[in-house]
Design a protein around this ligand. Structure first.
Ligand code: PMV
Length: 311
């Protein structure tokens, strides 16, 4: 083992956050403009360098424990020793915004370490090692992020199984960062509590969100931005009724709609994090400006490539 490199990208959830935890389908989009890379090099003592911390592995802060726990599992799997690497992580994925930074850091690290060992891990093994980090970071995890940060195509994800989704025409998105982080475990826990006290309400919302995910897949396949935007607005309303929105997120969704977006919704676990807006490319600047005026800390653009429309 001498050295190795690995990378992964960000993701946004188009539909199905929270309902996916209860068996409904979710759709994740790749954000290939947001990248995380990891490089590992043999060294006398283990160390890690990232935006959060640079120093010995044993002194690393709590926020790095997920990736360090996954590192232990990965070196065990590939037959290397734990305390013998310098790891350098660099990432352009905003942290704790539901854009997949934790899973991408873990995936990049798993790939870098397995490359350094010259061991080709199967996609399933890579997924399981990324999940080690996700479980430490979030308690439980549906596995959506661990698949999405490694897939270049949008994914439908249900009951642990990812399948690629067809995109009939290019789709342009503006993502607005509210500037505040939502806690995934707090949001998921809040839904679990509400489901205990108001089971009929929550089951009804989950069923509606499942239907919206299927509608979104159909709209993507048909390249129908109007239909997809409408499902997104409805998705946001349903997530708000689950208690995972926030005034700042509602304001960003309203601003996107007023600014000419086809639709918008919170993306990821909510309570903070980001809003995803579907736009006509000609309207992207106007929608971005409207969301900045409504309090966004920053906006990002992404386009999903798509094939021919179905006739
Ligand atoms: O906030 P994120 O992007 O990590 O997404 C969490 C998605 C949930 O459905 C809320 C939880 C899960 O494990 O799928």
């Amino acid at each position: 083992a001498h050295g190795g490199l690995g990378s992964a990208h960000g993701k946004a959830i188009l539909m199905g956050e929270h309902s996916v935890v209860y068996g409904a389908p979710a759709i994740a989009l790749p954000l290939v403009d947001l990248q995380t890379t990891a490089s590992v090099r043999e060294a006398d003592h283990g160390s890690i360098s990232s935006d959060l911390y640079t120093g010995p592995l044993e002194g690393a802060p709590a926020r790095l424990q997920p990736v360090i726990t996954a590192l232990r599992a990965t070196v065990d799997r590939v037959g290397l020793s734990f305390d013998s690497f310098e790891i350098v992580i660099s990432s352009t994925i905003p942290l704790e915004r539901g854009l997949g930074s934790s899973a991408a850091v873990a995936a990049a690290m798993v790939r870098a370490v397995s490359n350094a060992a010259g061991v080709a891990l199967s996609p399933e093994e890579t997924f399981e090692l990324v999940q080690v980090a996700e479980h430490v970071a979030h308690g439980t995890s549906s596995g959506l992020d661990a698949h999405a940060v490694r897939s270049l195509s949008p994914l439908r994800f249900q009951a642990g199984i990812p399948t690629p989704v067809r995109v009939g025409a290019p789709m342009a998105f503006v993502i607005a960062d509210s500037g505040t982080s939502g806690s995934t475990s707090a949001a998921v826990g809040g839904v679990r509590m509400l489901r205990k006290t108001r089971p009929a309400l929550v089951e009804g919302i989950i069923e509606s969100l499942a239907g919206l995910a299927e509608s979104a897949i159909a709209a993507l396949g048909a390249g129908d931005a109007n239909a997809l935007g409408a499902t997104m607005l409805s998705g946001h309303e349903h997530l708000a009724r689950l208690g995972v929105s926030a005034p700042a997120l509602d304001a960003l969704v309203a601003a996107a709609a007023d600014g000419g977006a086809y639709g918008a919704k919170l993306t990821g676990s909510g309570l903070g994090g980001c809003v995803l807006a579907l736009v006509d490319p000609d309207q992207a600047d106007a929608v971005s400006d409207a969301m900045m005026a409504a309090g966004a800390a920053q906006t990002l653009r992404t386009t999903l490539p798509g094939g021919q429309k179905e006739t």
